[in-house]
Ligand binder design. Sequence first.
Ligand code: CA
Length: 241
Amino acid sequence: MATNLQQKILIIEDDPGISNFLKTTVSAAGYAAIVTGNGETALQMISSHCPDCILLDLGLPDMDGGEIIRSVRSWTQTPIIVISARSMEEDKAAALDDGADDYITKPFGAVELLARIRTALRHTRTTAESGEIALNGSYHVGDLEIDYKKMRVLLSGKDVHLTPNEFRIVMLLGRHAGRVMTYKSMLKELWGPSASMDNKILRVHMASIRRKIEPNPNEPRYIFTEVGVGYRMAENEDIKE
Ligand code: CA
């Protein structure tokens, strides 16, 4: 039974096997699970139960996942984690652009799922900027520091000398650390709504940024590539020693 202290997770998934796995996993972790396999019912449940986080299967029988995300986003900022099948990979970026917070691809394990939920709950969409940046004017992860006031990026205390565009990319990812930013949302944010939607410019800058900040550019620890979707800046809990 749900208590007032428990955070509520709404599971919107029509596959009974996956739905049961999700329910068991989140319940065992101490969350209260609410489950439906139907989009229309889900929208009603969101308004009546006010869940703290929503897990959404993109392939529902009655409604398109994007339609559900846009509808939810028209009235609430509740975090949404999209659950996508491999066959729907190209829909992940679209789901994020529609307002989803993160995605997880089937098959996935309990550990990964719970980590995504914790991240989503930590980053409510109303706080676009991390508390750390607001408080100190800087973002720290591992040996990397983004100093927003002095407009510098430091690695182990040394200025890494980014170009102005590289710096803007790192600042943007730092402000959204822990969350995936799609190529499209980055290009819009950096160069305005009429910018070219060619990801190549981001890839070129990212290669140069990684040579400057990553101990091993082939195995990034600070900025991760989300294949076919975008980039994500690490948080301290991502850093493995
Ligand atoms: Ca499905």
